[in-house]
Design a protein around this ligand. Structure first.
Ligand code: KIV
Ligand code: ZN
Length: 523
């Protein structure tokens, strides 16, 4: 890996976050609209330069999410993805057009294997389609990015040709993806060097990189590319993304910050927002971060071995190359207590990256006071847990009136559940299960009439101590659609019931909507 000769002043690398697009493509990471908006506000607070909000042609949900992010989240450039065809590009532009600053991101595979087996297109056809699509995108949007998918496995001379023609057609960013995570760092850096040398008009575009982590090299490859002249990194929070994921934002950013002496690179990221944003993503998706994950894992700043603890007490730099506060981990001390007012609550929650309406602040304040009464110390994590639980859930077909549980080591568990529907009718049901959670789910399914099968159930501790809070996340699949419900609380059984009821309400609302459509439009 070589550094650019004569690089004295720090240079700026732009951070293109694709958590809401490539990240959301990872199994188990689906997000609903509220979740995507909460993440988009947090990413703005983090200071990402470009925020890829989705792939609008992929589904109506994706389209709506991109449109809402484009309309509401001011600050970063909002990008939307499209394949190289007019339908995709028009749909993406439709979703993006209200953004103060928008970017159309078009892509087409260029490697031999994709040309032959996926696209059945010759090289000339690939060049023609890329040029036509970039030109079409440029007629709609000033800012166009072009990605030759699977670039890392493309013949370098052909890649150079496509990239040059795409820039000629108006692309101001050319993104070089290692789509399948195949490249080695020195090889990838060489490829960037090759493009710098052989693409005649390369100085008219920013070189971006987009690395996948199949061999665990996404971050290393991104940094090697930067050393070779790339000036945009595409990455995701917690490294989520297709298969093994994408380059993790927190790792590339902290590597460049911690080793500024080596890279000579700056980003616009407020690193103190890294940890809260990572936590928010866990809450929104239900995907937890492994304990030993670099930067944001639970163990990343924990010193277990006596000799390390001794060293850190004497001088923290003996074993710590970054400060927890740098990623926003150390400043999670007590922030609010039961005497804090609405103003303080709003200020702190906004600092955590959330945007609050007066109405939402009102409900949150009531919940905060209730929590502060039972829990002496209220931390950032508690507020984030409340925020995720405080999501407006407009669909409320059933509400929980009462729940009784009986469970022991010698016998099956039983749950008795009482639900009330919108007309005020109450229904009581009891069920057994191998454990209390199963018993609750069965009883609720019976009482609500929604026969559902669970595809995922996760519990995670959010705050420490016996009075800490936990989060339950459940997912079910019906007719090919995944529905996720999340709830938090000090009582995990109650949170399980709340999370399951949210899913039941969502599924029943979706069924009602479907029935209305059939009634109006027929099959
Ligand atoms: O991995 C990839 O090649 C992509 C492109 C669409 C940029 O995600
Ligand atoms: Zn990708």
């Amino acid at each position: 890996m070589q550094r650019e000769i004569g690089m004295t002043e720090p240079q700026r690398v732009t951070i293109f976050d694709t958590t809401l697009r490539d990240g959301e493509q990872s199994p188990g990471a689906s997000m609903d609209l509220d979740g995507k908006l909460a993440m988009a506000y947090a990413l703005r607070g983090l200071g990402v330069d470009i925020l890829e909000a989705g792939f609008p042609i992929a589904s109506n949900g994706d389209f709506e999410a991109v449109r809402e992010v484009a309309r509401r989240v001011e600050g970063p450039v909002i990008a939307g993805l499209a394949r190289c065809n007019s339908l995709d590009i028009e749909r993406a532009w439709d979703a993006l057009k209200d953004a103060p600053r928008a970017r159309l991101h078009v892509f087409l595979a260029t490697s031999a294997i994709h040309r032959e087996y996926k696209l059945a297109m010759a090289k000339e056809e690939i060049v023609r389609r890329s040029v036509e699509s970039v030109s079409m995108a440029r007629e709609l949007c000033e800012d166009v990015e072009f990605s030759p998918e699977d670039a890392a496995r493309t013949e370098p001379d052909f890649l150079a040709e496509v990239v040059e023609k795409a820039i000629e057609a108006g692309a101001s960013t050319v993104n070089i993806p290692d789509t399948v995570g195949y490249a080695m760092p020195s090889e990838f850096a060489e490829l960037i060097g090759y493009l710098k040398k052989h693409v005649r008009n390369i100085d008219q575009a920013v070189i971006s990189v987009h690395c996948h982590d199949d061999l665990g090299l996404a971050v290393a490859n991104s940094l090697a590319a930067v050393a070779a002249g790339a000036r945009q990194i595409e990455c995701t929070i917690n490294g989520i993304g297709e298969r093994a994921g994408n380059a993790s934002l927190e790792e590339v950013v902290m590597a460049m910050k911690t080793r500024r002496d080596f890279h000579g690179i700056e980003t616009g990221i407020d690193t103190t927002r890294i940890y809260p944003t990572s936590q928010l993503l866990c809450q929104v998706t239900g995907l937890v971060v492994q304990r030993n994950k670099a930067i944001v894992g639970q163990n990343a700043f924990a010193h277990e071995a006596g000799i390390h603890q001794h060293g850190v007490i004497k001088h923290r730099l003996t074993y710590e190359i970054m400060k927890p506060e740098d990623i926003g981990l150390g400043n999670n001390a007590l922030v609010l207590g039961k005497h804090s007012g609405r103003h303080a609550l709003r200020k702190r929650v906004e600092e955590l990256g959330y945007e609050l309406s007066e109405e939402r602040l009102g409900t949150l304040f009531v919940e905060f006071k209730a929590l502060a009464d039972t829990k002496k110390e209220v931390f950032d994590e508690d507020l984030e847990a409340l925020m995720s639980g405080a999501e407006a859930d407009s669909v409320d077909i059933w509400e929980l009136v009462a729940m009784h549980l009986s469970s022991g080591s010698e016998s099956a568990s039983t749950a008795t559940i009482c639900l009330r529907d919108r007309t005020g009718r109450t229904v009581k049901e009891a069920a057994c299960g191998d454990g209390p959670v199963e018993a609750i789910f069965r009883a609720m399914g019976r009482a609500s009439g929604a026969e559902l099968s669970l595809t995922d159930y996760q519990v995670r501790g959010l705050t420490g101590g016996l009075d800490g809070r936990g989060e339950v996340s459940v997912e079910i699949e019906e007719l090919g659609n995944r529905h996720r419900g999340r709830a938090t609380g000090g009582d995990i059984m109650r949170a399980s019931a709340d999370a399951f009821l949210k899913v039941i309400n969502r599924v029943l609302a979706a069924r009602e909507e479907q029935k209305e459509l059939v009634d109006v439009f027929g099959q």
